[in-house]
Design a protein around this ligand. Structure first.
Ligand SMILES: [Zn+2]
Length: 421
């Protein structure tokens, strides 16, 4: 008997296909796991010893620059050097940032093993640079990863890379090194536009300025807040923010019209101490800043809160949109539940759909927050305090940089388009 002549069997198979399809749809809109409220009161951090380590045989390694992280180095044998990477304090999210430079009096091939504290595991594939400005990913044939079991999951324990060293310094880093000086130069470039201005809205715990850009020539009735680098290693999120902001500053017609009606406020580096000290995650107070948007125990979060509150009080305007750029394993949007209405209901789902439709072969991965009313993270604070339609824009650590840029540009275009309608 022909299998498909049996109607019941056909219906059964159809239902299975429907079920598998529905499950797949569901994974694209899987709810965000609840974020636990933790204490954000300042705790001590461990500072790095900064200097040049003489490893013998004419080889030297250094962490004596901004954004570096190297907590120890030792020669294991003729050709192997082991380095130790530890966090600023713990407990901490596993994003072990590392950065050091290495050189040798004579040209040779050596291996460098990245080792971490016992509970940590490796996250970032090495990026290398000969001028500390242009970076490339180290060829995957040039490193080996050893795995271990942690909480019943296989995770990378350490990584050993083969590199050529010479008198010319080689920089090795978890991601492209973008510290405060690079960001200052970028802001200076934007300041050549008459519609961009910069101010200092506060000081970090270690005394660095929290810089804010204002883009636009409107009367502050319609405002947007954009932030990045609460978590220092999250460079891909920063690159997306850069593309997003540059598109709003560009001389395309919609951007000009948009800037006449809206002001976009940008804090490119929320955690300058963490960035320049090469932290894994926290600020100089040992705190994950993206857990401090309810209690405001840290100066960095407080500066942004005070700025936004003052703006609204002084102008009577509203924040319509808020976006906080981050990086994780993959591209994800953490959104506020679409059942909750802010100042422009539906803006975020429409934006994500429009971006998804514009980019071929890209399916947005969205994780709505159940909506507890807790302002633990920035996006929740922007929404519950100001009614700004908000989201956390996560970019994958390994997402191709060209795509990061493209999506950042498209996001800005679609946002301007939707907000002008
Ligand atoms: Zn983050």
């Amino acid at each position: 008997m022909n299998f498909f002549k049996n109607k019941a069997t056909f219906l059964f198979i159809f239902l299975i296909i429907l079920f598998v399809w529905a499950c797949e749809q569901d994974t694209q809109w899987k709810g965000q796991p609840p974020i636990k409220k933790v204490s954000t009161e300042t705790v001590p951090i461990q500072l790095q010893y900064k200097g040049i380590f003489d490893l013998g045989d004419g080889v030297f390694i250094s962490n004596d620059y901004n954004g570096a992280r190297l907590n120890g180095a030792a020669r294991t044998n003729d050709t192997l050097i082991s380095v130790l990477i530890t966090p600023e304090n713990s407990p901490i999210n596993m994003s072990p940032w590392y950065g050091f430079k290495i050189w040798s009096e004579t040209e040779k091939e050596i291996s460098v093993k990245l080792t971490y504290t016992e509970n940590a595991f490796h996250r970032y594939y090495p990026k290398i640079s000969k001028d500390c400005s242009s970076w490339k990913v180290l060829d995957s044939l040039k490193y080996q990863v050893v795995m271990k079991t942690r909480k019943e999951k296989e995770v990378p324990k350490n990584l050993t890379m083969q590199i050529s060293v010479s008198k010319d310094t080689l920089w090795i880093s978890a991601q492209e090194l973008i510290t405060l000086s690079e960001v200052d130069s970028w802001m200076d470039e934007l300041l050549s536009n008459s519609f961009v201005s910069k101010s200092i809205i506060g000081e970090s715990r270690e005394g660095r300025p929290i810089s804010l850009l204002k883009i636009g020539e409107s009367d502050d009735q319609k405002m947007i807040i954009t932030i990045s680098r609460q978590h220092p290693p999250e460079v891909t999120g920063f690159l997306a923010m850069k593309a997003f902001v540059e598109t709003i500053c560009s001389d395309i017609e919609i951007a000009k019209k948009f800037r006449a009606e809206h002001n976009v406020y940008v804090v490119p580096i929320v955690n300058p101490d963490g960035v320049n000290n090469g932290h894994w995650r926290h600020n100089f107070g040992g705190i994950d800043l993206n857990r401090d948007w309810e209690d405001f125990n840290q100066p960095e979060t407080s500066a942004i809160r005070d700025f936004m509150k003052e703006k609204v009080t002084q102008t009577g305007g509203k924040f319509y949109f808020g976006v906080d750029f981050h990086s994780t394993w993959e591209d994800i949007y953490y959104t506020i539940s679409s059942e909750l209405k802010g100042n422009m209901p539906g803006l975020v789902p429409k934006l994500i759909d429009a971006v998804g439709n514009e980019l071929p072969n890209y399916k947005p991965n969205v994780r709505p927050n159940p909506g507890t009313g807790h302002k633990i993270t920035s996006a929740a604070f922007f929404f519950y305090e100001f009614g700004a339609e908000s989201l956390i824009y996560e970019v994958g650590d390994n997402t191709p940089r060209e795509f990061v840029r493209k999506k950042g540009e498209v996001s800005a275009m679609k946002l301007m388009d939707l907000m002008m309608k």
